[in-house]
Design a protein around this ligand. Structure first.
Ligand code: SF4
Length: 336
């Protein structure tokens, strides 16, 4: 498979009045063409900051300290703002949790979808109109021609998210980044939007990065998953690896906090107790040690490296060391 993106040892910090917050502490991962990758973790895990670093859309206090972000052979960390703007408009599309933050309430939906087509693709007004109608239809908006004339407030939440996806797809991006795209939607609409993303991947061969706090959301859409914790990758693997052979106690916790679709009894979901680490003073050892039920002495003294389980499946947990005590994973089908 051909690589689209490779992130190597990315470190991003925020410089606040109380000190340096090390939001991303050295993250590496890749994305192949036509593949969907889920980035999963609680708030504060570094997942959204990783993506904002990639888009080079960090707040003023944020800075990429180290690392490379190779996208189609170019290191995005080294590009000028002007070059980056071109990439954002043409090669990357982004969808946010709340479409109202990206849609302008005073312009019609049609105008907003047409704008990037006129600006970046150099289409005539008529061509941009026709392409926008086509895009609205592709994302499942009925009577797209009529809908072009409407304003965002005339659309329901789910329809607004569809319109956002149409906007993000207008320049045929190679990469679509979706940050919690379904969190604000009810369950039925959420399922429809996820189905739409799967469809886009299949029909347009667009690579997708789906960022979410909910492992359940990525199960059906993503080929691979990165679980992030405390600004680091805790576990990475195929969706199958993560669901059936999870090898990190944090992944176990996340799996325990989603309903099991195969279960016939109503289970009580268990949230992960405790708080994420303070990234003003990141722990020297494993960032999950304070919340982990299996903490050993070494966990507090040394940061666990990524242990390879199988090619493509790794976990940053000392329980995967050959000399670690053997433990039966409480979820999935594997044991350590
Ligand atoms: Fe728990 Fe230690 Fe594994 Fe960290 S390295 S997740 S503290 S067992």
């Amino acid at each position: 498979m051909e690589r689209l993106l490779e992130i190597k040892n990315l470190k991003t910090s925020f410089f606040t009045h109380v000190g340096e917050v090390k939001a991303v502490g050295g993250v590496s991962f890749y994305l192949n063409k036509g593949e969907a990758l889920g980035i999963v973790g609680e708030s504060g895990s570094g997942k959204s900051v990783t993506m904002m670093s990639l888009m080079r859309l960090l707040a003023d206090t944020g800075k990429i300290i180290d690392g490379e972000m190779i996208f189609e052979g170019k290191d995005l960390a080294k590009l000028s703002e002007k070059e980056m703007e071109k990439i954002r408009g043409n090669e990357m599309g982004m969808i946010f949790q709340d479409p109202m933050t990206s849609l302008n309430p005073v312009f019609t939906i049609g105008n907003q979808i047409m704008e990037p087509l006129l600006k970046h693709k150099g289409l005539s007004k008529k061509e941009a109109f026709n392409k926008s109608v086509e895009l609205l239809s592709l994302v499942g908006i009925p009577s797209p021609k009529e809908r072009m004339k409407q304003y965002p407030h005339e659309f329901s939440g789910g329809m607004r998210q569809r319109a956002m996806i149409a906007m993000a797809l207008s320049c045929e991006p190679k990469l679509l980044i979706a940050d919690e795209p379904t969190t604000a939607l009810d369950v039925t609409i959420q399922a429809q939007i996820l189905e739409l993303m799967k469809d886009i991947k299949q029909k347009l061969n667009t690579s997708i990065i789906l960022i979410t706090h909910d492992l359940g959301v990525v199960a059906d859409v993503c080929d691979r998953i990165n679980v992030m914790y405390g600004g680091l990758v805790a576990e990475t693997g195929s969706t199958r690896d993560i669901f059936y052979n999870p090898r990190h106690p944090y992944t176990w916790g996340l799996l325990n906090s989603i309903p099991n679709p195969e279960s016939t009894v109503r289970e009580k979901l268990k949230p992960i107790e405790g708080q994420p680490p303070d990234l003003l003073k990141p722990p020297v050892g494993c960032p999950f040690a304070a919340r982990c039920n299996y903490t050993m002495k070494i966990c507090e003294l040394k940061r666990p490296p990524l242990f390879q389980i199988t090619p493509g499946h790794s976990s940053a947990c000392f329980l995967n060391h050959p000399n670690a005590p053997k433990i039966k994973a409480p979820v999935g089908r594997g044991s350590l």
